[in-house]
Design a protein around this ligand. Structure first.
Ligand code: GUN
Ligand code: FE
Length: 440
């Protein structure tokens, strides 16, 4: 039998092409290391139906456990590890009082390496196998995260923050140099192993017109790179953008005018949008990184799920640590549910547990342009997955044992779950957590 095959037996959760949840109570997942060195799903389905086909394989058996796709975090700041839980009077004071202070430390490669390793340990401990992450404006911060991710064989996307104005000494960069650095980082890292580069203008207020224009030009010369930024998060931020660009139709349209809306452009928050903004996002195939724990913590506002669905704006879930308060996809999914329910400032709706889960796995992958590659366990997807214990705590055990269908099981996990549920995180056939727990 092919020595590149591995098999895993447990309950299985994955998604079809329309985002519907698929489930096998006693399933078999077979992965294969392919000639390009990447482990992908070779077969998935009912254990009894598949076992004769893979008789020679000895599956790793995880009774009473659930294998699910690794979570995908669409927006997170690795240098904000030490910013989590810093209270402020909203976004702009939070940036100046805490965030820029911490980010200034990343000119030091030793500090950057140290935080990058801790950050990846933390992602894996929580079952997050791919992130689209901000670094800082310092190139060593980018090298540090790419190197650490490469050593762990992760699929990860990051980029150097562009911020050449309205930023203090220590994080402010220089226009021409920042664009040259972006080009060289793309050449060094984009498409190397499982790594990808994201052109990263921080947000409109901290980028000069020349820097935004330059970023847009680089984005069109390198169409397979990602773009990541922030938009329409906070009312004071929006006022500021309006002062800077009084003639712009909206905050979002400033990015569009500089060529920064396209496929693989990911905008965090997207709260204060009108219909034209959402339609523009859809037309350009750009996507929204919904960041509910951050939006609640900073008091920013509520993402409008009903309108996002109506206009078919691509969207998925993100932690936005350190504005966000948790690495845990379970916490993020629960806050997303509450944000969906909020019905005073917009239409309230109940997102199904399957949809919440999809937004943090296959849906997030689709919003990143990585559908069929990550965030799912369909045949051909890259083999990054989590092994969950639905009985990880006494209350979870009590609650999940009463679940009579998949929805109830997933909802109990979303509401009561956290890192204790994540028993293993498997990256490319390699069980990485809880090994990572022992290193601390
Ligand atoms: N807008 C500009 N920078 C940031 C940041 O670091 N976090 C959040 N939440 N919003 C931003
Ligand atoms: Fe952010």
């Amino acid at each position: 039998m092919n020595e590149h095959l591995q098999a895993w037996r447990a309950a299985l959760l994955w998604f079809d092409a329309d985002g519907r949840a698929l489930y096998e109570e006693d399933g078999l997942l077979v992965t294969q290391r392919e000639p390009d060195g990447i482990h992908r799903v070779h077969a998935i389905g009912d254990y009894q139906a598949l076992k004769s086909q893979f008789q020679q394989l000895k599956p790793t058996h995880w009774p009473d456990r659930l294998i699910a796709p690794g979570f995908v975090d669409m927006h997170i700041h690795y240098p904000q590890l030490d910013v989590i839980g810093s209270p402020a009077e909203g976004l702009l004071p939070w940036l100046t009082q805490y965030t820029f202070v911490q980010e200034a430390k990343f000119s030091d490669p030793v500090h950057a390496n140290d935080v990058a390793e801790f950050f990846l340990d933390e992602l894996l401990r929580h079952g997050v196998t791919t992130a689209l992450a901000f670094s800082t404006s310092h190139t060593p911060s980018v090298h540090a995260l790419f190197t650490a991710a490469q050593n762990r064989n992760l699929r990860l996307i990051t980029g150097k923050v562009l911020q050449d104005q309205h930023s203090p000494d220590g994080v402010r960069d220089q226009t021409e140099q920042s664009l040259r650095d972006t080009e060289s980082l793309i050449n060094r890292w984009h498409g190397v192993d499982r790594l990808g580069y994201a052109i990263t203008p921080r947000f409109v207020p901290t980028c000069s017109e020349a820097q935004l224009r330059g970023a847009g030009e680089i984005a069109s010369t390198h169409p397979s790179t990602w773009i990541q930024s922030h938009v329409a998060e906070n009312l004071d931020e929006i006022k500021w953008v309006h002062q800077l660009y009084p003639k712009a139709r909206s905050y979002l349209s400033v990015y569009d005018d500089f060529g920064l809306l396209r496929e693989r452009a990911v905008y965090a928050h997207c709260i204060y949008f009108d219909e034209a903004d959402r339609r523009l996002m859809h037309e350009r195939k750009a996507s929204a990184a919904v960041s509910p724990t951050s939006n609640m913590f900073l008091g920013s506002g509520f993402f409008d799920y009903a309108q996002a669905q109506e206009t078919k704006m691509l969207h998925g879930l993100a932690s936005d640590v350190g504005g966000g308060t948790s690495f845990s996809p379970f916490h993020t999914m629960l806050e997303a549910y509450k944000v969906g329910r909020e019905g005073q400032s917009k239409t309230g709706l109940s997102l199904s547990p399957e949809n919440l889960w999809w937004q943090h796995t296959a849906g997030a992958a689709e919003a990143l342009g990585l559908q069929g590659k990550i965030g799912n366990l369909e045949v051909g997807c890259e083999a990054d997955f989590v092994v969950l214990n639905p009985k990880a705590t006494p209350l979870l055990a009590r609650r999940t044992s009463q679940a009579s269908n998949l929805s109830e099981l997933l909802f109990a996990l979303i509401v009561l779950g956290d890192d204790r549920v994540v028993e293993h995180t498997v990256i490319q056939g390699d069980i990485t957590a809880p090994r990572s727990l022992e290193s601390h």
